[in-house]
Design a protein around this ligand. Sequence first.
Ligand code: URP
Ligand code: ZN
Ligand code: ZN
Length: 460
Amino acid sequence: MALLVKNGEIITATDRYHADIYCEDQTISKIGHNLDVPPDTPTIDASGKYVFPGFIDPHVHIYLPFMGTVSKDTHTTGSQAALVGGTTTFIEMCAPSKGQDLLTEGFELWADKAKGSSACDYSFHMAVPHFDSNTKDQLREIVGQGVGSFKVFLAYKNFFGVNDEELWNTLSFAKELGVITTAHCENDEAIAQLQAQLLAAGNTGPEYHEPSRPISVEVDGVHHFTTFLQATGAAGYIVHLSCAAGLEAANRARYNGAEVYVEAVIPHLMLDKTYAERPNFEGAKYVMSPPLRTKPNQAALWQGLRNTDVNTVATDHAPFDFVGQKDMGKDNFVQIPNGIPAIEDRVNILYTYGVMQERIDIHRFVDAASTQAAKIFGLFPKKGTIALGSDADLVIYDPNHKETLTAANQTMNLDYRGFEGFEIAGKPTEVTVRGKVMVDGGKFVGDSSWGEFLAREPQY
Ligand code: URP
Ligand code: ZN
Ligand code: ZN
């Protein structure tokens, strides 16, 4: 299966030049002008378009049993939506809850669901919700099967959340195995107390979600996680950091010697807390944790993205329908399933509101949405760049495309769109995964079982 991409402008995290790309055996084998290729090679003409490396979303939930329901996308719908939006690889959280078996009700369950059902390539972070006498053996086995990162939740008391002893044991073992640990940083006890106080005072709407998880609670989580990183010597990655003070806490920890990376997610960059305050329960569509913050916090995240204090941009795609799922919390904001869908929109929103509005340059865009995730999570240079020998994951991008996002036109399997009404100023026209055309003319045309599990080695 060969493919020639001609006349495009190649843009990576570091380089920008016009050249043709020849792909064979799933990888990039030639880059240059007037390439010597077989005469009948299928060809994409990328004139007037950019050619980006496939984008990588390092934080998604596709299958997520959570808060009394299960997320709406399947691996088929979620991966197709990812590809339409230019994401060719995602890293999903295997998220068993407290007391469930990490192997059979964790890694093996998630691996079975994804196998043969994903159109794009995928990998996993392994969530560790408890640490008992079996845990070391099970984690060693899971890491041996190619899961090179863990996930801990300091929030979601009694469900995913770990106590301090479990956190310590997980990080110490991660250090021993050489894997990085990703973390949701919020203090779960403070949240539980604030939720109870707000409900007791009759404050039940989605607008009370943010007051129940104030910035101080997130900063405490960041400080706590990074304190444990420093003490154990483990490497860490803070997921969905939402606020200026959280970023300051992460930077302070770096200054003091912690090896810690920071992720922002596209909802926190673009949507402020007034979305969750929308009347008639509409705000429930925008309930996620940590919550949407005020505009100055968004500005701080963009600034961090520009100066690389924020390493990556992910989605934290967590899709729950408005009718039948979000409305489980109609009389009690604590029961609104947390999450905002974004897997289809991350790249186009970041390009439009980041690059086009000059908040970041086009190389930082590629870096934050692809290359850094590949480097931090052990996929580089197979993924995350355009180079000889790299997988032929290419996004042919029309920088003149104009569109208004709306639920009616989305590929995500959901009854609303997180970025409803947003204008975009660019879009992938063709997307390839290991040389196979998966998106053509902006629509999914591929094979829904083409996606492969990406085994990752410990590297810390
Ligand atoms: O609100 C969120 N973020 N939902 C998904 C679960 C998580 O915390 O990542
Ligand atoms: Zn989280
Ligand atoms: Zn998440």
